[in-house]
Design a protein around this ligand. Structure first.
Ligand code: NDP
Ligand code: MG
Length: 393
């Protein structure tokens, strides 16, 4: 029987790579639902290409365009947050969670609560609401398959083990486009420079997070929740070639690493085929041609976003929620040209300090409590930017 898949965030970078894998393995999969944000034309194309039964678009104003583009196709269409929830909840064997940002939390959580197998790309779900999210996943008997390349590599490297046999988990970071830049230059880096990632082609938000190394910080928090590993047992190594993605070291000194060319189709195929292997047309790894792999320590002074994320991971409770929300607003503002590159971390740190006592709030108890704090932090971050910050430009 074919595996039924639904894709949340179907028109994005991960969504499109997922569609490539599904299309090259047509006999194995059928698509139940696709969901997107506001691009009706792209969503309709994707729904038709994949033969989906249902297409949901978050932006209600985009519904007429979606309906028109789907006319005669037999694909049902709906709009609004409720429609995206429906896409998450329709019967499916695998739900690919690839909406960007905290907008992905509710639908991803809904799929988890329904006990689905969720292939998780939307790391912000775990950063925003990881404690409650993981508890609800366990209670519902949901399976999480890590799609993020580093976590997928670690998942593959883990094999059979007891938790007390794991000494350390390491995620690698390419270092992004500013790896060798001095701090003064990074602080004023332009949008196009920050969007020019050396190894990966991804959506705008994660590309900016990769340039600031915030992405790696979000990934440490993600790993903490997915693999139930203590903050002290997690590490980051900068590896500019992005060939080694994640490593696990065990109590006997053995280290198992996951390697592949930097192509998201590899971890996506692993999740979709799991526990079997699918074929992909990803370039094969040729170590002799690559010739050398370099590793270095991350620089927390030039990349303060990573320091902030590590501090939030260690502080726990509401700190990761605050970090994630402030960062999302800061990245949007940077992309809109309202603040400079270096301001993103400064703004996030200001907000983390302001919300210091929210760290003890009830965000670990429920996803809704985490989302309430998320909304509060977004409003506060926007207000700090529009008052104190504007005057400096
Ligand atoms: P993109 O920006 O390329 O795509 C985002 C997707 O989410 C689009 O389909 C967008 O639709 C949709 N979307 C946005 N808001 C909503 C909403 N409110 N409701 C429903 N859909 C919405 O992002 P990426 O694919 O790069 O990243 C997606 C997630 O995967 C992120 O969490 C990222 O961190 C993670 N990830 C990405 C990797 C990558 O290589 N790209 C690697 C590892 C993790 P529309 O186009 O209509 O706005
Ligand atoms: Mg990653």
């Amino acid at each position: 029987m074919a595996t039924r898949v639904s894709i949340l965030g179907a028109t994005g970078s991960i969504g499109r790579s997922t569609a490539d894998i599904l299309c090259s393995n047509r006999d194995r999969f059928e698509v139940e639902a696709v969901a997107g944000g506001r691009d009706a034309a792209a969503l309709a194309d994707m729904a038709i290409r994949l033969g989906a039964r249902f297409a949901a678009i978050s932006d209600e104003a985009a519904l007429p365009a979606l309906r028109e583009a789907l006319a005669g196709s037999g694909v049902a269409a709906a709009a609004g947050e409720g429609a995206v929830m429906e896409a998450a909840l329709r019967p499916a064997d695998i739900v690919v969670a690839a909406i960007v940002g905290a907008a992905g939390v509710r639908p991803t959580h809904a799929a988890v609560q329904a006990g689905r197998t969720v292939a998780l790309a939307n790391k912000e779900s775990l950063v925003c609401a990881g404690y409650a999210f993981m508890r609800d996943a366990r209670e519902a008997g949901a399976t999480l398959l890590p799609m993020d390349s580093e976590h997928n590599a670690i998942f593959q490297a883990l094999g059979r083990h007891r938790p007390d046999e794991i000494e350390q988990m390491i995620v690698t970071a390419s270092g992004g486009p500013f790896r060798t830049w001095p701090a003064e230059r990074i602080a004023v880096a332009r949008r196009e420079e920050a969007l020019a990632h050396p190894n990966w082609s991804m959506g705008a938000k994660i590309t900016i997070d990769s340039a600031s190394l915030m992405n790696k910080g979000l990934e440490l928090i993600e790993a903490h929740h997915i693999f139930s590993v203590a903050p002290e047992a997690l590490g980051v190594v900068v590896h500019p070639q992005s060939i080694v993605h994640g490593l696990v070291s065990f109590s006997d000194g053995a280290v198992v690493a996951g390697l592949a060319v930097p192509d998201m189709r590899v971890p996506i195929a692993h999740c979709l085929g799991f526990p079997d292997r699918l074929g992909t047309s990803a370039r094969r790894l040729d170590l002799a041609a690559i010739a050398r792999l370099d590793f270095e320590k991350p620089d927390l002074v030039r990349f303060p976003a990573l320091r902030l994320a590590i501090e939030a991971l260690r502080a726990g409770a509401g700190a990761p929620t605050v970090l994630n929300a402030a960062n999302e607003i800061a990245v949007e503002a940077f992309l809109a040209g309202a603040i400079r590159f270096g301001d993103m971390a400064t703004l996030t740190e200001t907000i983390l300090q302001r919300f210091g006592d929210a760290r003890e709030s009830g965000v670990t108890e429920s996803v809704e409590a985490a989302l309430a704090l998320d909304a509060e932090v977004r409003a506060a971050t926007a207000s700090v930017m529009s008052t104190a910050w504007k005057s400096t430009y």
